[in-house]
Design a binder for this molecule. Sequence first.
Ligand SMILES: Nc1ncnc2c1ncn2[C@@H]1O[C@H](COP(=O)(O)OP(=O)(O)O)[C@@H](O)[C@H]1O
Ligand SMILES: [Mg+2]
Length: 397
Amino acid sequence: MSKSQKMPSGAKAQDSNGNALERRRSQDALRQNEHRLRLALDSAEMGTWDWNLTTDAIQWDQRQYQLFGTSPDNFSGLGSDAIGLIHPEDQAHVRAIIEQALNKSDVFGMEFRVRHPDGSLHWLAGRGQPLMTATDGSLHLIGVNFDITEHKQLEQERAEYARLEDKAQMHRLHVAGEIAALLAHQLNQPLAAIRSFAEARLARLRRGDFDMQEAVSTMQDIVEQSERAAKSIRDLRKFLARQPQAMVEADLNAEVRAACKLMEVLARGRKIRLRMKLEESMPLILMRPSQIEQVIVNLIENAMDAMADAGHRSGTIEIGTRHEAAKNQVLACVEDSGPGLAADAVSRVFEPLYTTKKNGIGMGLVISRSIIEGHGGRIWAEPGEAGRFLFALPVSQ
Ligand SMILES: Nc1ncnc2c1ncn2[C@@H]1O[C@H](COP(=O)(O)OP(=O)(O)O)[C@@H](O)[C@H]1O
Ligand SMILES: [Mg+2]
């Protein structure tokens, strides 16, 4: 054979070798791609599906079965049955999204729920797209699913936070109205007194009555009344200056301890013992801690006043906490050894401006109630021979 004859056959052999090599290379590349894809799907905990719309057959990988809470033995392998596994309330929505994706032959995303045989509800998210196969021209929908239950729960919790915040805001507005009324009431008296003192003195001065001693006494009265007005404003400012705090998970016992520490010195001065009776394992609850502390301080202050007003020279205030698991709430109780409350007083004490004290304002319990209700809780007093004030706060789930 001549060289020139050999050449083509040699080239041909090389060519087919080259083809085989090329094929092996592309097979390798394909396998590598598959490995990479599998790794990515596994790390993202994603299941894949491939739905042949011509035959209705749907291919699921192992993870996809897990996501739907089923197994190859319990599943027909039909796309229409797969839709049937979706939560009934979400099926129409999923169908609509798929239809839209087919019309626009576009990538689509969706979220839906599935219930597993153990009764648990899972949120799945999916991404997919229509695909025409080159081999037989059949139309497929291919896609991935992944579990977003935790994410959804977080979303729900966030919505719950927002709801509580809204509620608190509503209460703040409500209280603002009550405060405006209170301010008018509180300032009216001293202002009227100041005016009449000043007018009377002015009339005397005009008449030529310059009695220095009487003038000083009038001035003292005026100073006293303006101090009274200033105190009302200061007290209200203190309350209003409190910035709306963020809700955090906190321990009610810790707030009771903080409040008692704050009141300790005052109590000791009045020979009153503050006794804590705290349940040991309390669940954390969503709250604005300093507001809750303020409520407890208010209740302790009232308890001390009640005992003093009744002429008790000493006594005990007990502050207790309890977890009521069945009601999903925690409870705090402030109990004094004072005169207690009559049945008709237990609701009146929460009315704005209701006070039985000489220097009372009658807003402590209004503010306390607004704080507790702003937390989704309840505050009340129990009638009896001793003062008993309780509040309950919901345990966040
Ligand atoms: N522990 C208690 N025992 C008896 N009466 C109480 C007690 N706590 C509150 N009260 C009654 O409720 C009223 C309203 O309380 P509050 O709203 O704190 O306003 P203030 O303390 O300015 O009077 C008090 O004036 C008192 O008559
Ligand atoms: Mg008070």
